[in-house]
Design a protein around this ligand. Structure first.
Ligand code: UD1
Length: 343
């Protein structure tokens, strides 16, 4: 019998590529669609070196419905979708809102529209803890209120969740699991795949590892006067491979179980909050490499502190994020060294 086939949109991207590997290792066939706007074709080689299997690949944009018709017709039958294809830079979304609304919402709507036509049973959606805004208390669980979005990017995640909810409520013959990620960091321990920021990194870890590698003179810590023990912001940093594993479990649950609700939501985090300073210290401890840093002004729109209550995912999915943060930092560093030497 043929393996179950999963479409991974944005599958050459950071979280997508790690998830493709985990899906393959769990016995799924994978077809990737990616427009390569924020990744490159060489990622397929990295995936193949880890899993021994080259995924099918379609270069295209999910905002183009013809591309999707062709894909479902020529690469099917596809039973499930994991939708990573989206733009994700908060600052850029403020500058280019239409780009964000188009990329993130039109692509999702196309997928939802075509799923019943092509017999696709379920979709796992990449959401974000950004939907909670600044939490009233931490750790935060899935029942916490959704706060007004502070950027078009954040708004696309909220609207996407609402679109999926409404479509399922209207009786579409599909299931969905919304995964709210906290802060994914690290790289595959093989250093064959990892995060590949184009241009100046906006996120903490790629900026930190590039600084440690001497590519940037110093990391700026955005604010040390927050109401936290050391004054820097607190996040729930989750290893990208732990995060990827959760997608496989979610997919299996959606496709194989008939006793689950059509729509489910899970926080994916460790349950542990670490400050920006603590993360720098963890990196230095784990790698023995110093990170030059300066304290700068607060970054507009930043949340002071947020970390997950992952109990629902722990209990219902039987999943937990177990990778030690120092190990995650070593993986991030190993990947940075590899990328630096490739240049
Ligand atoms: C943001 C988004 C999140 C999105 C993620 C991935 C919000 C509130 N958060 O997370 O939804 O999924 O990006 O794109 O919209 N920092 C520094 N110096 C730096 C970079 C970052 O001090 O050079 C600090 C930030 O101020 C923050 C922490 O590091 O306190 C984490 O920042 P970052 O990695 O950008 O992620 P978030 O802003 O948490």
């Amino acid at each position: 019998m043929a393996n179950t086939k999963i479409l991974v949109t944005g599958g050459t991207g950071y979280i997508g590529s790690h998830t493709v590997v985990e899906l393959q290792q769990a016995g799924y066939d994978v077809v990737i669609v990616d427009n390569l706007s924020n990744s490159n074709i060489g990622v397929l080689d990295g995936i193949e070196r880890i899993s021994g299997i080259r995924p099918e690949f379609v270069q295209g944009d999910i905002t183009d419905i013809r591309t999707l018709h062709d894909l479902f017709s020529n690469h099917g039958p596809i039973k499930g979708i994991i939708n990573f294809a989206a733009s994700k830079a908060v600052g850029e979304s403020v500058q280019k809102p239409l780009l964000y609304y188009r990329n993130n919402l039109v692509g999702l709507m196309n997928l939802l529209e075509l799923m019943p036509q092509y017999g696709v049973e379920g979709i796992v959606f990449s959401s974000s803890c950004t939907v909670y805004g600044e939490p009233d208390r931490n750790p935060i669980d899935e029942s916490a209120p959704i706060k007004p979005a502070t950027s078009p990017y954040g708004n696309t995640k909220q609207i996407s969740e609402e679109i999926i909810t409404d479509v399922i409520h209207a009786g579409a013959p599909i299931k969905s699991i919304l995964l709210r990620y906290f802060n994914p960091v690290g790289a595959h321990p093989s250093a064959e795949i990892g995060e590949l920021p184009i241009g100046v990194p906006q996120n903490l870890i790629p900026y930190l590892t590039q600084t440690a590698a001497g590519i940037r003179p110093a990391l700026t810590v955005f604010g040390n006067d927050y109401d936290t023990p050391d004054g820097t912001c607190i996040r729930d940093f989750i290893d990208v491979v732990d995060l990827a594993r959760a997608h496989v479990i979610a997919m299996r649950r959606m496709l194989d179980r008939h006793d689950t609700q059509p729509l489910e939501i899970f926080n994916l985090g460790t349950g542990r909050g670490l400050s920006v300073m603590q993360l720098i210290q963890s990196f230095e401890r784990a790698t023995g490499v110093k990170v030059p840093y300066t304290i700068g002004a607060r970054r507009e729109g930043d949340i002071e502190k947020i970390w997950a209550d992952p109990k629902k995912a722990n209990e219902v999915l039987g999943w937990s994020a177990d990778t030690d943060i120092d190990q995650t930092m070593r993986n991030a560093w190993k990947w940075q060294m590899k990328v630096s030497h490739a240049d």
